[in-house]
Design a binder for this molecule. Structure first.
Ligand code: ZN
Length: 243
């Protein structure tokens, strides 16, 4: 089976549409949360996600915009956009966010969370040490995450060594069936690794290979919409640089 895995769309409709064109051939799609927040098209992104078969978990921005958590944990830009987003959401979009699970386990022992297995909404997995606690205390073979907006692979070997690997765009990565992985697929709608193109991953569990992709989208179009809506200047500018 071929899986398309996306995260952190962040209401960026143009980036999401470009990624979807390339997910045509997959058997199953997973979305790791933060569908909304930051960008100008929250309800349209939710509608698009509802149009095709997928498994989606909630991110911290989804929880906040659905009033499942308070805005107090957010910085001022994120908080302002969350309050703006709440007013933009249609009733059915809000209901969709309210019902999203925090974690999903698939039949093939794949765990899906936004941040981490131990703290699905909030924990940022940046270093192998962050990942180590999650490997030790949680049962999964592969866990796909988002949240940091930084593509990375954490690997746990059977003898208890942990390392991080930086994936190169388009490179085919052969995983080892004896090892466990936490894989951050990067962000569709607000990449932060210095590459402004939308990020997503294809995983093939027959060949046991992983491929990280980047796809360009019309950034200026999104920025123009954000300007019209009066969204924070910093959030508009960062899309140009992928930072
Ligand atoms: Zn996010």
């Amino acid at each position: 089976m071929r899986y398309g895995i996306i995260a952190d769309i962040h209401s960026n409709l143009e980036a999401f549409q470009q990624v979807l064109h390339l997910l045509d051939s997959v058997d199953t799609a997973y979305c790791l949360g933060d569908i909304v927040g930051y960008g100008p098209n929250p309800s349209a992104c939710i509608e698009l996600l509802q149009n095709f078969d997928n498994i989606t978990v909630a991110g911290n921005h989804d929880l906040c915009c659905a009033e499942r958590i308070s805005v107090s944990g957010f910085n001022s830009n994120a908080r302002d956009v969350c309050l703006w987003t709440k007013h933009q959401l249609t009733q059915s979009a809000k209901k969709y966010l309210k019902d999203l699970p925090l974690r999903e386990r698939t039949a093939k022992d794949i765990l899906l969370v936004h941040g981490s297995p131990q703290n699905p909404a909030w924990e940022y997995l940046v270093s192998p040490k962050d990942a180590e606690d999650n490997f030790i205390n949680h049962d999964f073979h592969i866990c796909f995450v988002g949240h940091t907006h930084l593509p990375i692979i954490f690997q746990a070997a059977t003898h208890g060594s942990y390392k991080a690997m930086q994936p190169k765009p388009n490179a085919l990565i052969l995983l080892n069936r004896e090892m466990r992985y936490i894989i951050n697929v990067g962000s569709v709608g607000q990449p932060r690794d210095g590459d402004p193109r939308a990020s997503f991953v294809l995983f093939d569990d027959d060949t046991y290979t992983l491929q990280f992709f980047r796809v360009a989208y019309p950034v200026e179009k999104v920025q123009e919409k954000m300007r019209r809506e009066g969204l924070p200047q910093f959030l508009i500018e960062r899309l140009s640089f992928g930072m």
